[in-house]
Ligand binder design. Structure first.
Ligand code: GLV
Length: 347
């Protein structure tokens, strides 16, 4: 029985690729940079499955040319890099890797909250620049987190982990989310508030919403104008949640105190982007989930999702479950299914 062909858009950490190679015929793009669009298109068109990262984009144009493709396994919790509507039209299943990265991402978010509030990066830069002349009572004064209000936008798994991790610090936590979470409100003594209230009352605002048409530029000029002049914005979700031009102007006008961004729009941010000229802005290269253990877990889960799907089983982390019936039928007809003697790719 021929093995299904799978394209993987980067080398993966841990032993995930070995597992994949046991069951599939794998082609791996081994560059540090993502495959160029034409290369991705060429490879996807020849494959039954693709395992890709958030830097790779799949839209209707590629899907139209890939009649063989059954599943796109995204090694990320977000999936805004995939045109879900087009995937649905072509009955291609999309999967993602939620859960396994929540704590790690929340830890990094909390690190950024501390770093911005206590001006850690500015302090390090000052020392390296030879500006540390003496201990001074007014040098690099930051803000206490104890007693401050943290506003969390988006109360999915990562938002919840940020609430759990910050609870013990004596912060008051308010949140806004698509749906209310009464159980979490009780557990972490959080308060559900309107967005405007969150902007007005928070000392730190942390973004944990997915990128959708509703959340794009959720932080815009108006939102920034409602925020406290001492407040800090932290984004470890998706760059386009923030209108970066408006953020730059708000920081220049001292309408807010600082920002810590692990995600930008675009990525990577241009080295001459005006935001990078501001001392009170921290920018890291989208590394919130980048721990040794978590990246291995993400890779394994992405492989598991792919193998399950190629076995004709609907993975738990399938995003477009509404197409399950039509998709199963496509898998059956394709004959590629792993683990089933009956299913053989027709000659
Ligand atoms: C990272 O940003 C992810 O979506 O997993």
């Amino acid at each position: 029985m021929p093995k299904p062909r799978v394209f993987v858009t980067r080398h993966l950490p841990g032993n995930a690729l070995d597992l994949l190679a046991e069951h599939t015929d794998v082609a791996v793009w081994r560059d540090e940079l993502p495959p160029p669009a034409e290369e991705l298109e060429r490879e996807v068109a020849r494959s039954d499955g693709v395992l890709m990262l958030l830097t790779d984009r799949i839209g209707g144009d590629i899907l139209k040319k890939s009649p063989r493709l059954l599943v796109v396994s995204n090694m990320a919790t977000g999936f805004d890099n995939i045109d879900l509507e087009a995937a649905g039209r072509h009955n291609v299943l999309v999967t993602r890797t939620p859960g396994v990265l929540s704590e790690t991402t929340a830890e990094f978010t909390i690190a950024l909250i501390f770093a911005a509030a206590r001006r850690v990066v500015e302090g390090d830069r000052a020392v390296r620049a030879g500006e540390w002349k003496t201990w001074g009572p007014e040098i690099l004064l930051g803000q206490d987190l104890s007693g401050a209000t943290l506003g969390i936008i988006g109360m999915g798994e990562i938002g919840r982990e940020v609430a759990r991790g910050t609870r013990a610090l004596g912060l008051r936590i308010v949140y806004f989310s698509r749906s209310r979470k009464p159980g979490l409100e009780r557990r972490y003594r959080m308060e559900f508030v309107t967005l405007d209230q969150l902007f007005r009352e928070s000392d730190v605002i942390s973004l944990h919403a997915p990128l959708t048409t509703e959340t794009r530029h959720i932080i815009d000029r108006k939102a920034l104008s409602l925020m406290k002049s001492t407040s800090i914005l932290v984004n470890t979700a998706r760059g386009p949640l923030v209108d970066q031009g408006a953020l730059y102007r708000a920081l220049m006008d001292e309408r807010i105190a600082g920002a810590a961004l692990d995600v930008t729009d675009p990525e990577p941010i241009a080295p001459n982007d005006p935001l990078l000229s501001l001392p009170n802005v921290i920018v890291t290269p989208h590394i919130a989930s980048a721990s040794v253990a978590t990246r291995s877990r993400m890779a394994r889960l992405a492989v598991q999702n792919l193998l399950e799907a190629l076995g004709g089983k609907l993975p738990k982390h399938a995003v477009n479950r509404d197409i399950a019936r039509a998709w199963r039928e496509r898998v059956r007809k394709s004959g590629v299914a792993i683990g089933s003697e009956k299913m053989e790719r027709p000659a």
